[in-house]
Design a protein. Sequence first.
Length: 284
Amino acid sequence: MSSLIVCHACDLVHRRDAILDRARVRCVRCRAELYRTNSASIDTAIAWAASALVLLLLSNAYPLVALQLNGSGEMYRNFFRFQGSMVIIILAMAGSVLVGNDFQFGSLPFYLSKPLSPWHYLAGKCLAVAAIVNLMTTLPALVLYFQYGVLTSWEYFIQDFRLLFGILGYGLELTVCLSLMLVATAGWLRRTVPMIMAWTTIFIFLRLLSVALVNGLKMSPRWRLMDLWNDTFLLGAYCLRVEPYKDWQPFQPTVGEAAVVLGVVCILCLTYLTLRIRAVEIVR
C-alpha cells in the first residue's frame, strides 16, 4: 500500500499513517474524508443483511399495504403516498451526508472558492435529492402507467393521457418541496440524529396534532395545513384529478390553501439557504 494519499476533493497530498480502529482521517484543507478503519465491517454487513432478510420475510408474510392495480388515478395517488413515506425516511437519514457535512466540516468555503456560484451549489444539492425522490416515486409510477397500458389496451394511453401529466406534476411537486426542505434542514442541523428528530416532528408529530385538533376538538380544517405531508398529498391528488381520502380524513382544507402553504415553506427554505451561503467567508 502506498504511503501517500491524494484528497479526492482538493487534490492535496497527505501521508498515510496508521490509525486506531473505528477512526477516520480527513483532509486538512477541505475536511473531506480520506479513509477510515472499521474492524467490524464484516459483522456489520452480516447484521444488516440478516435484518433485511427478516424484514423481507415479514413484509411478504404480513402485507401492510394493498395496492389495487387498476390503472386509475386513485392507484397512482396511493402509490405516491405509500412510496413517498419511504422516501421521507431515506432522506431523513441521508440528509447529513448529502448536505450537512459541507457545513459541519467546513467544506462549503472550498467549494465556493471555485468558479461556482451559490446558486450552482444549491442546484447541485437539490438535483442529488431530486434523483432519489424521482427514482423512488415518479419513475416507478411511469413504469406502472406504461406497463398497464401495454398489458391491457393501447386505448388506455388515449383515454387516460391526463394521468401521465398528473404523475409528472405530482413528482415535480414532491421534488421541489422535499429538495428545498431537506437541504435547508440539513444545512441547519447538520447531523443525522437531529435531522431524524426534525423530520419526525414535521411529518409525524404535526400530523398527529392536526388530526387531534380537527377530528378530536372539531376545530377548523385549516389546522391541517400544518401537516405538510397532507398538503403535498392534496396538491398531488389535484394533479391526478382524483379526490383525497374523504372517508379516512373527511375534513380537509382547500387545494389552493395547501399550495400556498407549500409555496411559503419553499420560499422560506430558499431564503434561509441563500442567507446561510452568503454568510460563508470565501478566500480566493
